[in-house]
Design a protein around this ligand. Structure first.
Ligand code: FA5
Length: 377
């Protein structure tokens, strides 16, 4: 708040001004004081204070001069004081008015500058995320199967033993249940159960056939859970893609041809496939598909010489289980096993991705280390 230490608080007699010249001198000092204060940088608050100091009705400088100089002035000086006071008043008022406009336009400018973007500032770099490698592999596999007429369906991760086991021809106490050590849910007392975390995507075969009549050609991507101890090739949560094709005349040749097409699209034309007998309660016959080792080109010998560390010299790498749908399964979904036939497969996506991208520890997928993830943009 500007303060005024000027002569207006004293009378002319106290100031020793006895002639019109001395009065004029006093007024010029007061004007200089005002000019000085008005020339300072002002904001709306300091402008308001300046106005009060000079034009305030009770104790503003102009009032004080009127009271202390003009009113008690001798008749000889009254005219000179009156004229000078009028000049001073006019100057104070016009200057305050002009400064008010300056102050307002400055305030407006400051406010709009705040809202305006500074185009000279460097841009904000926001890191762009990418799909996780598992998601990318899912996408790649889905695209391959889309191209031959399959569509995608999904199913629940929390399942009943009926869909996860029984309807897949795995009755209670079947030894296969031991291979799929299962997480059961702890349910509130009296709740219908039991419920479990699905151990494979195969229950969605049943759910799909319950809803649709043949022809059926679907793939089922999703998460599955097993009570496996984590190590380089095991995780208690991992990913599978189930495949199911059922129609009136699907043969074993359609089955192997489809798998061969998929594997060649996924790994490249040069890989070879083979199948070996295997066992799953819901397929008959069941097979295990192998692919010629993608690391040593199926030679069994590493590029540096010596035995290939990936296929251990066997020239083949185990890929996934599959087979022709067991007729017993059709009984659970009201399909006539005499009229329909089909095949199914279940691919472990994490291990497939490890194989394709040369990753030697499955845990790397779940540790969220961006240095690992960034390698697969
Ligand atoms: C099954 O899960 C069958 N449902 C597959 C199937 C579907 C057969 C349709 C026939 C017809 P299996 O238990 O072998 O099969 O598991 C399939 C794949 O899951 C394995 O080849 C492997 O790649 C992967 N897998 C199994 N356990 C784990 C685990 N703990 N961690 C990571 N991947 C796993």
């Amino acid at each position: 708040m500007p303060t005024v230490d000027n002569p207006a608080g004293k009378t002319l007699a106290e100031l020793g001004a006895a002639s019109p010249d001395e009065v004029a001198q006093l007024f010029s000092e007061v004007r200089a004081l005002f000019d000085n204060q008005a020339a300072k940088q002002l904001d709306p608050a300091t402008w308001e204070a300046l106005k009060q100091v000079w034009t305030g009705r009770k104790s503003g400088v102009l009032t004080l001069i009127t009271d202390n100089w003009l009113k008690p002035a001798t008749p000889e000086l009254k005219r000179a004081v009156g004229q000078e006071l009028n000049k001073l008043k006019a100057q104070v008022e016009s200057t305050l008015e002009a400064r008010k406009r300056d102050v307002e336009s400055l305030a407006e400018h400051a406010a709009s500058a705040k809202d305006r973007a500074d185009l000279s500032l460097p841009g904000v770099l926001r890191p762009v995320g990418t799909h996780h490698l598992i998601r990318q592999v899912f996408q790649e596999i889905e695209d391959i199967f889309f191209s031959i007429g399959f569509s995608v369906v999904e199913g629940p991760e929390i399942e009943t033993p009926y869909y996860n086991f029984e309807a897949l021809n795995i009755p209670e106490f079947h030894p296969v249940r031991d291979d799929m050590d299962t997480f059961y849910l702890e349910l509130p007392k009296g709740a219908p159960g039991p419920l479990l975390l699905r151990t494979h995507t195969s229950p969605v075969q049943i759910r799909t056939m319950e809803k649709r009549q043949p022809p059926v050609r679907v793939i089922v991507p999703g998460k599955v859970y097993r009570r496996d101890n984590p190590d380089a090739t095991h995780s208690f949560m991992f990913h599978q893609i189930e495949g199911l094709a059922v129609d009136s005349d699907i043969t074993f040749c359609d089955f192997t041809g489809t798998i061969d097409y998929f594997v060649k699209q996924f790994f490249g034309e040069s890989v070879k496939t083979r199948f070996r007998p295997s066992y799953f309660p819901f397929t008959e016959p069941s097979v295990e598909f192998d692919v010629s080792c993608v690391f040593c080109g199926g030679s069994g010998t590493a590029k540096s010489g010596g035995t290939c560390g990936k296929c251990k010299g066997s020239r083949w790498i185990e890929l996934f289980g599959a087979g022709m749908v067991d007729p017993a399964v059709y009984g659970f979904v009201n399909y006539d096993p005499k009229k329909v036939s089909g095949f199914a497969f279940g691919i472990g996506i994490d291990r497939l991705a490890m194989l394709k991208y040369g990753i030697d520890d499955i845990q790397a997928f779940f540790q969220n280390d961006v240095r690992f993830l960034r390698q697969f943009p």
